[in-house]
Design a protein around this ligand. Structure first.
Ligand SMILES: [Zn+2]
Length: 69
């Protein structure tokens, strides 16, 4: 049952720009943190955190948006 090991796309994940939902303060805040985390030379530069932010923005639930898939 040895599944083929897939290479983690960590770099892809953090370089792909997340799409914050307009009007959502949480997404906006996360997006700001993501931008700081992907900026080389910045004191807050942190690629692994950046990938976390991308995931968080992608998973942030938004109520009142019907039929969103
Ligand atoms: Zn949001």
């Amino acid at each position: 049952m040895a599944a083929k090991t897939r290479q983690p796309a960590v770099v892809d994940l953090f370089t792909q720009e997340p799409t914050p939902v307009s009007g959502c303060d949480v997404c906006f805040a996360l997006f700001g943190q993501w931008k700081a985390a992907v900026k080389p030379g910045s004191p807050t530069y942190n690629p692994s955190k950046a990938s976390d932010y991308v995931v968080e923005i992608g998973r942030h639930p938004h109520t009142g948006k019907k039929g969103a898939q």
